[in-house]
Design a protein around this ligand. Structure first.
Ligand code: HEM
Length: 121
């Protein structure tokens, strides 16, 4: 939902077309992964947080193709370990107030995430 890298760039190596728009060779194209992850043509309730949606794996936060993030398995592994530990020790996570985000042309993330929880039994 909140792709840490919102976008990067490619240079077209030949004349092509994207979504009906002509892209001449040499054009710099900005790829918006953040937007693609909320594409209503791909995801039902695309602005809602739904980790159980059947096509959740179609997100492109790690990009795809020849330049797919080479660290994606490490990042996924770290998250899996971290969430497993958190969920073992804490329960009933809830937002106490809206998250605060930093502003950057390409990157995206929270500077403050105020979360309430109880100790798991
Ligand atoms: C949540 C964590 C991460 C996210 C969201 C992320 C996302 C991305 C994205 C969007 C790209 C651009 C791919 C493209 O241009 O198509 C990328 C490239 C890359 N990432 Fe990550 N990344 C993460 C963690 C990591 C880690 C942990 C490593 C290394 C240990 C890593 C190493 C790289 C490298 C080397 C590339 C360049 C790949 C290339 O251009 O061929 N990333 N990443």
């Amino acid at each position: 939902m909140d792709a840490p890298i919102q976008c990067l760039f490619r240079r077209a190596t030949r004349d092509t077309e994207i979504g009906g728009v002509a892209v001449p060779s040499g054009t710099i194209v900005q790829l918006m992964w953040g937007g693609a992850n909320r594409d209503p043509a791909i995801f039902e309730n695309s602005d809602g947080f739904d980790p159980a949606r059947p096509n959740a794996r179609r997100h492109v936060a790690f990009s795809f193709g020849p330049h797919v993030c080479v660290g994606n398995q490490l990042a996924r592994g770290e998250l899996r370990i971290g969430f497993n530990l958190l969920l073992r020790r804490m329960k009933n996570f809830r937002l106490l107030k809206e998250p605060e985000y930093f502003s950057h042309p390409f990157a995206y993330g929270v500077t403050a995430l105020h979360v309430g929880f109880e100790h798991a039994a």
